[in-house]
Design a protein around this ligand. Structure first.
Ligand code: IPE
Ligand code: IPE
Ligand code: MG
Length: 250
């Protein structure tokens, strides 16, 4: 490989994943390392989000889904939760202009009704304002729990069966996909988690059935578009076999 070539230039655009999902982890530890409060890490994590979104748009990536706040994160100290919600409101407000310039469409998945009213309003406003954009679809997983998403899909399907709209024999994987929050989106081919933790933490369990997993020890506030490019290059070196043999897929 030409070492003078930048990471971005090494990426094979014909083999780009359509959808990348990221578990942005390590903000608290990053701040602690610097002797600061956890919220300082969250603030710096926003800079990483901005840079990674820019990297994604430069590649013309179609879908980027960011784990921003889990249902389990509501159990954190109240002060941290409040600070994260406020940060979210101010960030989304500030970023709308940038999303419009970059043709980014904002979406959100999760139990959004749990969000404080102001955060919910700001989010809906940004989703609506960017709804006509045709570039990157940037989805924030907020107050998100994959198990809840699956339970809620099961409930909607059951309701359709009960009302006679759907026959049990007709329930298949597509039925399920169409009742998830991610309806209409392709499944992520690549899942990235920062901060050295090797777990999924209740994220997109159904959708990542065949995703390639990429773990980096970098803490989220240190993650930049170059790191995204590195993850994509790693992904492009892998052989995705989907249960078949190497000979079959080649
Ligand atoms: C990720 O960083 C951000 C959220 C979960 C909101 P953390 O806050 O989990 O940081 P660590 O894992 O404690 O370092
Ligand atoms: C997962 O990170 C959730 C987000 C990145 C928003 P956590 O830090 O909450 O995950 P655990 O608790 O370490 O598994
Ligand atoms: Mg964490």
């Amino acid at each position: 490989m030409n070492v003078i070539m930048g990471l971005k230039e090494q990426i094979d655009l014909l083999k780009l994943p359509e959808h990348i999902a990221i578990i942005m982890d390590g903000n608290g530890r990053w701040a602690k390392e610097k002797g600061k409060l956890r919220i300082f890490g969250h603030h710096n994590g926003v800079l990483s989000v901005r840079d990674v979104v820019e990297g994604a748009t430069l590649l013309n990536l179609k879908y980027l889904t960011l784990y921003t706040f889990s249902s389990e994160n509501w159990n954190r100290p109240k002060l941290e939760v409040m600070a994260i919600m406020e940060l979210m409101v101010s960030t989304i407000h500030k970023e709308i202009k940038n999303f419009m310039e970059k043709n980014v469409r904002l979406m959100a998945i999760g139990d959004l009704n749990m969000l404080p009213e102001k955060a919910h309003r700001e989010l809906n406003n940004a989703i609506e304002k960017t709804s006509g954009n045709t570039g990157l679809v940037l989805t924030l997983a907020l107050s998100y729990s994959s198990r809840r998403e699956i339970v809620s899909a099961a409930k909607s399907i059951a309701a359709k069966v009960q009302s006679g709209e759907l026959a049990i024999e007709d329930i298949d994987e597509d039925t399920f996909e169409n009742n998830l929050y991610t309806k209409g989106m392709p499944n992520p081919e690549l899942l990235i988690r920062t901060s050295g933790e090797h777990r999924i933490s209740n994220y997109l369990l159904w959708q990542i059935a065949y995703a390639e997993l990429y773990f980096t020890s970098k803490l989220w506030p240190d993650f930049r578009k170059e790191d995204l490019y590195e993850a994509i290059l790693d992904y492009q070196k892998r052989e995705r076999r989907f249960g078949m043999t190497s000979e079959q897929v080649n």
